[in-house]
Structures are given as C-alpha cells and as structure tokens.
Design a binder for this molecule. Sequence first.
Ligand SMILES: *Cc1c(COP(=O)(O)O)cnc(C)c1O
Length: 393
Amino acid sequence: MKYDGKFGKYGGVFVPELLIPAIEELEEAFYKFKNDEKFMKDLKFYLNEFAGRPTGLYYAENLSKELGCKIYLKREDMLHTGAHKINNAIGQGLLAKYMGKTNLIAETGAGQHGIATAVIGAKLGLNVKIFMGSKDVERQKMNVFRMQLSGAEVVPVDIGSQTLKDSINEAFRYWISNLDTTHYLIGTTMGPHPYPNMVKFFQSIIGTEAKEQILNLEGKLPDTVIACVGGGSNSIGIFSGFLDDENVDLIGVEAGGEGIDTSKNGATLTKGTDGILHGSLSIVLQNNDGQIQETSSVSAGLDYPGVGPEHAYLKTNGRAQYVPITNKEALEAFELLCKTEGIIPALESSHAIAYAIKYAKKEENKGKIIIVNLSGRGDKDMGIIAKELGVEV
Ligand SMILES: *Cc1c(COP(=O)(O)O)cnc(C)c1O
C-alpha cells in the first residue's frame, strides 16, 4: 500500500488477508482519481445538479438573539435525500464507476445511508445490494421501501444482534467473495484505510464551502464549529475546513442517550477505550472482555459503538473536543429550532444544536460566532418525535 492510513496511532488496516487486494485497488484508484480533472468535474456536476450544492450558510437570527451569540447553520438538511450522506455516496458511487465496478454494496442501520446509496446506484446505473439487520428491516419499513423503489435489493441480516454492527460484518463477508465486480460503499469515516481519508475527502466540501461563506458574511473566521458525531463523517467534513486555523474551536457532539452515567448511550469518545472495530484502530465502546457494547440513542444515526479513527486522534491531541448530549436535551433543542427558525432538524443534528445552546448560554461565550452543521432534516424522525412528545399523529 502507498500510505499506512494512520492518524497518530489510530487508523490503519485491520482486515482479513483476502481483502488486502481490494483495499490496495481502492487506495490506488482513490488517489489517482481525486487528482483527475474529468473525475473531479463529474463529481462537481453530481454534487451540484443531483444533490443540490452548494448548501447555504444561514444566519439563525431569531435563535441568535435569544442566546446572545451569532449562530450560523450549514444547511446540509437541504440536500437530496435529506442529509450530508449523499455527498459521500456520490463520490464513492462515481469512483466505483471509474474503477469499472458494476455493483455497489452498503450496510445501513436506520436506512439513511442505504437510501443515499440506492439513489446514486439508480442514477449511475449500478446494481445495489443493501445489508440491513433484520430488526432494522422491521423497524424501518418505509426506508426499505424507499431503497426498493430506487431498484436496490435489501438483504436482511439474521446474525448477532441483527442490527448495524452485524450488517457491517456481513457486508465485508460478501465483499470478499465478489471483489471483481463490487465496491463496498462505506457511509462514514470508519473502516480500514483508505475509507477514513476517502470519506473525509468527499465530505470536505462542507468545510470548504462553510469557510468561504463565513469569510464573505463576517469577514473573519468563526470562533467555534459544532457538529454531531455518529461515525464521524459530517463532523470531519466541516472540521476539515478549519483544522489548520488553531483559533477556531472544534466541538463534536455525541449521543449521551438517557445519560452518560447509564449504559444507554452512544458516547464513544467520552466513554470508550482503544480497540479495533470494523477494520481500524480507534476508540470503541466495549466491556472489560473486549466485547462491543450495544448503544442506545433516540437518534439512530448516532447509535454506533465506534467512531472514525481521525476523531480518536483529534481527541487525544486536543485539537477537537467531544461532549455528550442526552436524548432530552436533543429533543428540547429540536423544538426550539422549529419554533424560533421554522427549521425542522434531524434528531442527530439536534444534538449539535443542543450543545450550541448550552455553549452560547455561558457568560464567557457571549457574542461569539458559531457555525453549527445542520447535518440533516427531521422529516424521517416525525414518528419518534411525536411519540416522545406524546402527540397522536
Ligand atoms: C447518519 C447521520 C449522522 C451521523 O453520521 P456521521 O457519519 O457521524 O455524520 C448525522 N446526521 C444525520 C442527519 C445522519 O443521517
């Protein structure tokens, strides 16, 4: 391989020997095509015309007045299929096509990444197979239907806990047997090298745009950038625009679930320890025997016991800070954004809003310029929200 894919001690390639040729082929293709003019022109075309970029950097005036800070929202919620996941699905879908692959596979928990993969497969004429835990298939019938409408085959996974972590294992198994035809489209910054670097590259458009936009609007950099962290892709995407600007504070917000002291949370960076999960060394939620813990959050997209290796690195070297937000705090923030701005955020993004609110209320942060990455829209969460608020719909 050309690079080791390390972020400090984290990252790397921890996969079965049989997968190494595929990983090498992918690494070579990625570093070749990211410098290829035609590829980058195609990528820009699909990001703009299919997904709807650039997204706005929206000054949330009402919320800002209420909190005494200047809060800007990066509007990834305005994209096709409702979230930032489409940026990466377009990038990897196109890369697969340039590599001569005919099939895409992906795994999905709540279904959002499955939908993004299914639609780009339809657009680019690639066959799509989505692995999904059978419990998730049952819980997310409408999203399964959406994937099927775009021509994807949804494969229920019956092993283990029948949720996301098992469908990832199943996708790797399938990939090993179908390397010639198939690209495995991983949806977040996890996995073996080159995935963490590749997903960051495809999501870095968020940070590139946000930086240019804030400089136009304010004539200076923000004080703080806040984003929610599941696997870590929307956050690394926006952070990437500001990593070298040391005066900009970067804050990742994790799912604190029912509370950080309970077992029901997904706060990997707050509570996890070093471990290998799904192909790389990072920080993971595990018990004393190294068994991966089940996570639990009101937002399915943050419900993952691992996190991308670059976040483990940014946490340990202090460049970024990671904080938990509980289900309750996220729901309150959700309601506040709906009421003050008329914007219905995804529950994942509501975690970032919730921390921005907490942060803005502190005396020492008054007047600061804060960018919050609004990773997705809340339409997909209406059922859960209504239930949480005790409303019959
Ligand atoms: C999937 C998802 C996330 C979490 O994934 P990351 O890779 O951490 O970005 C966050 N927000 C939304 C709206 C999502 O759909």
